[in-house]
Write a protein that binds this ligand. Structure first.
Ligand SMILES: NC(=O)c1ccc[n+]([C@@H]2O[C@H](COP(=O)([O-])OP(=O)(O)OC[C@H]3O[C@@H](n4cnc5c(N)ncnc54)[C@H](O)[C@@H]3O)[C@@H](O)[C@H]2O)c1
Length: 335
């Protein structure tokens, strides 16, 4: 049986770029995705596609039974960090327990390496720039689930020898980002609002800082990491170095979309880490990562791609579990 690489979340934004890279290098790839946040058009036509959930233990077992999986790139998750406070059960079920199905099968089938996209969210409010050797203190269920998976992978390495590589990306932008989800992806939200002629909405004063990362800078590095034995069993921050405020982002997006006077509304602040950016020296040294896409270029590329992307109103998240302290803009019209 030929070896295959399993990519979960391969119909999504970052995952689909990783699939493209793996296929270009001649690998056989299986994508497992339930299309809850990704799109079938994103999936490379040379990949096999299994439409299903990582939460489906039997399906995950079947994929491993019927194929010789050599590596797993695990990207499937609902990455709505701010919303995760209000969908706690869903967050842990989908993002954490779903991951455990994959880790169990990876152990049993003795795969060569498990690559996991964690997140800068594991750091919470922490010293800046955030480095891999500081103690993570996540502040929301999304980050807590990511940290739990990281720690589970360390246990699985110690007891069963499962090799892993963990990436902590942040604020990735570029073609194929989901721009129709009002709960996540700030640049996608702004593009969606401008295109639908709605005011841009900013939580708080807009002075929170983030470093926006071009997907084309990180996807090949993540895909290639499995070839570098020195990279194994380590955690890497990956992404752009230089932080910008959300207000700066807003100004550049408005100008790039030829809407310099577009209205901006400031909403009540939500619970979020004010400043989040990280140090990438480890990924630069060990993985040859380079931060090449400038802030303006990254935004421009995504806007150009969005010209032909379908733009719609986001559907409300169906099962909000806790409504207390839910930001007003996330409430249903009747509330
Ligand atoms: N985009 C970022 O800035 C960023 C930053 C840090 C970490 N990450 C992580 O990178 C990964 C990919 O993020 P993205 O931005 O490409 O998001 P995305 O929503 O575009 O991709 C995630 C994919 O996972 C799929 N998915 C979700 N739940 C699933 C399930 N239960 N079973 C099968 N498929 C499922 C979705 O349909 C989607 O295609 C996520 O794990 C995310 O937490 C992203």
């Amino acid at each position: 049986m030929d070896e295959k690489i399993l990519v979960t979340g391969g119909a999504g934004f970052i995952g689909s770029h990783i699939v493209d890279e793996l296929i270009e290098q001649g690998n056989n790839v299986i994508v497992l995705d339930d299309l809850s946040g990704g799109f079938i058009e994103n999936i490379n036509t040379q990949a096999e596609f299994v439409n299903g959930s990582i939460e489906d233990t039997r399906l995950v077992q079947k994929i491993f039974r019927e194929n010789k999986i050599s590596h797993v790139f695990h990207l499937a998750a609902y990455a709505a960090e701010g919303l995760s406070h209000f969908i706690r059960r869903f967050n842990y079920k989908n993002n954490l327990l779903g991951s455990i199905n994959l880790i169990n099968e990876s152990i049993k089938n003795k795969i060569k390496c498990f690559v996991f996209t964690s997140s800068i969210a594991v750091y919470g409010k922490n010293q800046l720039p955030m480095r891999e050797d500081i103690v993570p203190t996540p502040e929301d269920p999304y980050g807590i689930a990511k940290l739990a998976i990281e720690q589970d992978l360390k246990c699985a390495k110690e007891l069963f020898g499962l090799d892993y590589i963990i990436f902590r990306p942040h604020n990735v932008i570029g073609a194929r980002q989901n721009i129709n989800d009002k709960y996540r992806n700030v640049l996608g939200i702004f593009i969606n609002q401008i295109k639908r002629n709605l005011p841009i909405t900013i939580f708080g004063d807009g002075e929170q800082t983030r470093a926006f990362t071009g997907v084309k800078d990180i996807a090949p590095v993540i895909a290639n990491s499995i070839k570098n034995q020195q990279a194994y069993n380590q955690i890497y921050n990956i992404g752009a170095d230089k932080p910008y405020t959300v207000n700066q982002l807003t100004e550049i997006v408005k100008r790039a979309m030829n809407k310099p006077e577009h209205e901006v509304i400031y909403l009540e602040a939500r619970k979020e880490v004010k400043d989040a950016y990280s140090d990438h020296n480890k990924a630069k040294e060990i993985l040859g990562y380079q931060d090449t896409t400038s802030f303006e270029e990254g935004i421009k590329e995504m806007i150009e791609w969005a010209e032909n992307a379908s733009i719609r109103e986001t559907e409300e998240f169906k099962n909000i579990e806790i409504r207390e302290n839910l930001p007003k803009s996330w409430r249903s019209k009747e509330e």
